[in-house]
Unconditional design. Structure first.
Length: 47
């Protein structure tokens, strides 16, 4: 298992998301509302 982590992988240049993916993630994060009440956490998606 240590062999997997010792190798260097540099594929960050290949990670180029398209504009639709970025727009989807931004819109999702804008619509997400998290409310903390005592020890409970409510997550709502505002549509």
């Amino acid at each position: 298992m240590a062999n997997f982590y010792s190798k260097e992988f540099s594929n960050t240049t290949e990670l180029k998301p398209n504009r639709e993916t970025i727009d989807f993630l931004l819109n999702y994060s804008r619509a997400l509302s998290v409310i903390n009440y005592k020890d409970i956490q409510f997550e709502n998606i505002l549509n």
